[in-house]
Design a protein around this ligand. Structure first.
Ligand SMILES: [Zn+2]
Length: 287
């Protein structure tokens, strides 16, 4: 293994026609990965895929994405088009720790997530109800991650104040490696607070895009962050890095992200690659 994609969705519908080829493009390039679930069905699929490729470096994360914690707040057909997926979307899922505990028994499960808070996709007229449900699901998953001793993979959009407050309230019980902030989109100050709690950060394709005024300044965030807290990801099938921007993303493209991180850190690609691989092995306890 040379590279590690800490956050992909290799089991999603988007790859239904060429999943095996897509995975082999990654494995052949030395790319290992965590494929992350978003609700019960996609979490079970993530574990099944990781188990199917038992000898390959593909691992699973299991959890409930905040977009699915309340009825029909957001649904994306890339995730799955099954009746079960649609039904979960209709009713919203309440986090069932017994269901996830069974999945966590697989040796391929390395993290809990993706979970967290997403206030970006909430319908205006249901704000309070949906926020409440998201918080409830997130607290249960924080507790679950402590119970199964696996790090959280956190998705947070437009909700860093609440996220930091909730994590702070649980600070005394969090795991030694509490988790990974995936696709960070906050401020330098918010990053600092999360670093102080022991969190890792996984950066993806967005760091290869030209910086946007008023948005997270990734060059600055990366440069001021301890290098031993940095991970790489794709969030495939979404947000493909340059030069693949606008096309379907896949884990093999994580190399473009690592190149950009090396450039931002002003170190060689080889040095950056080794550091991220070491961090990934430590965080997910994989070899
Ligand atoms: Zn994701």
């Amino acid at each position: 293994m040379l590279y590690f994609d800490s956050h992909a969705h290799a089991h999603f519908e988007s790859y239904k026609n060429d999943r095996d080829e897509m995975l082999h493009r990654a494995f052949d390039a030395g790319v290992g990965m965590v494929t992350a679930g978003t609700q019960e069905e996609t979490s079970a699929l993530a574990v099944a895929l990781a188990e199917e490729y038992a000898a390959e470096p593909i691992y699973a994360a299991i959890g409930l994405h905040p977009d699915h914690a309340a009825p029909a707040s957001f649904y994306d057909e890339d995730e799955g088009v099954s009746e079960k997926a649609k039904e979960i979307n209709e009713r919203g899922e309440s986090f069932d720790s017994d269901f996830y505990k069974k999945l966590a028994a697989s040796s391929k499960v390395v993290a809990v997530g993706e979970c967290g808070l997403d206030y970006f996709h909430i319908p205006e007229n249901r704000k309070d109800e949906v926020k409440h449900k998201q918080k409830e699901a997130f607290i249960r998953q924080i507790e679950f991650s402590v119970d199964v001793k696996k790090p959280l993979i956190i998705h947070c959009r437009d909700a860093y104040d609440d996220l930091i407050q909730m994590l702070n309230a649980k600070k005394s019980v969090l795991n030694a490696v509490p988790g990974i902030i995936h696709f960070f989109s906050g401020t330098r100050d918010e990053a600092e607070q999360l670093l102080n709690m022991g969190f890792y950060f996984s950066f993806g394709g967005v760091i290869t895009f030209p910086p946007k005024k008023g948005k997270t300044d990734y060059a600055q965030i990366v440069k001021t962050m301890p290098i031993d807290r940095i991970l790489s990801e794709t969030d495939a099938p979404y947000v493909a890095p340059v030069p693949y921007r606008g096309t379907r993303n896949e884990p093999a493209y994580v190399i473009e992200v690592v190149k950009k991180l090396a450039e931002m850190e002003n170190i060689s690609l080889e040095e950056m690659r080794k550091c991220i691989l070491k961090n990934s092995k430590y965080v997910f306890r994989v070899v």
